[in-house]
Design a protein around this ligand. Structure first.
Ligand code: CAA
Length: 259
């Protein structure tokens, strides 16, 4: 199976799959086609018994610069509900992937890009990476899981600052708050992520799966309810002036004027 905006590659032993989002002309922003392809690629990697999966972005500039603002700017509330479901589905598939997943963050990881990174088990970042949940500056909130997964990772105070202020953290700052597990020179990222994936893939697969499932158990219950709440809140904002203004301003390359 092949896709225009996503590729899935295997190591020689066919134990480690690498999923690359490949839309560099839009800094790997996620549109419907790309999200659907990611979902299919994840299912293909799981069917191929991947023992570890690396998620990264094509090119030198971006991991994933977020949801595609040009696509979503004119969505109705009902359409935004579907859009939110699609992104949530991919983030959930990463979180529930049967083997450990590693985000190799090679540049901008904003909004939905940050959300895909934090749905992975582990994060390794290039020194030049910048990460943040910047949705507030578009008149919306994180729509693919960050209100629940970010505090789990960095603690409530830091998550609130990041989401309320749309803070963009450089790699070193992100590592300090626990968002990145490791920061490496840009040129080393691919190799370091691959080595980590290989080390995981060499461990006993049944025990690894049990370890991941057990660790994920603590997310059940309250996180699921929170994710549902987030989906509804995200979609409802697509009926507001500030959402239209925030996204029009991005597309027109000007400062937004919020209510
Ligand atoms: N959606 C659509 N297109 C995007 C994009 C996005 N999220 N991010 C970048 N692009 C496009 C730009 O429009 C531009 O396209 P054109 O050449 O056709 O104009 C191209 O990618 C290159 O981008 P820039 O010219 O802006 O590059 P830059 O180096 O000057 O700036 C950047 C890079 C700081 C990442 C800037 O592009 C930016 O701020 N992007 C938006 C980031 C963002 O707000 N992401 C969150 C989206 S909301 C979200 O994800 C909601 C959710 O939770 C589901």
């Amino acid at each position: 199976m092949t896709w225009d905006t996503v590729s899935l590659d295997w190591n020689d032993a066919e134990t480690v799959a690498t999923l690359t989002v490949d839309r560099p002309e839009a800094l790997n922003a996620l549109n419907v086609e790309t999200l659907e392809a990611m979902g299919e690629a994840l299912a293909t990697a799981a069917d191929g018994d991947a023992r570890a999966l690396v998620l990264t972005g094509a090119g030198d500039d971006a991991f994933i610069a977020g949801a595609d603002i040009k696509y979503m700017k004119d969505l109705s509330v009902a359409e935004a509900q579907e859009w939110g479901e699609l992104g949530h589905g991919v983030a959930d598939a990463l979180e529930a992937f049967p083997a450990p997943t590693i985000a190799a963050v090679n540049g901008y990881a904003f909004g939905g890009g940050c959300e895909m990174a934090i749905a992975c088990d582990l994060r390794v970042a290039a020194e030049s990476a910048i990460i943040g949940n910047t949705e507030i500056d578009l008149g919306i909130i994180p729509g693919w899981g960050a209100t629940q997964r970010l505090p789990e990772l960095v603690g409530d105070e830091v998550a609130r600052r990041m989401i309320y202020l749309g803070e963009r953290l450089d790699a070193e700052s992100a590592a300090e708050v626990g968002l990145f597990g490791k920061v490496v020179p840009d040129d080393d990222l691919e190799v370091v992520a691959a080595e980590l994936a290989e080390r995981i893939a060499e461990k006993p697969a049944v025990a690894m799966r049990a370890a991941k499932q057990s660790l994920n158990q603590r997310l059940e219950g309250s996180q699921a309810a929170g994710l549902d709440y987030e989906k509804r809140a995200f979609a409802s904002l697509f009926g507001t002036h500030d959402q239209r203004e925030g996204m029009d301003a991005f597309v027109e390359d000007r400062e937004p004027e919020f209510e």
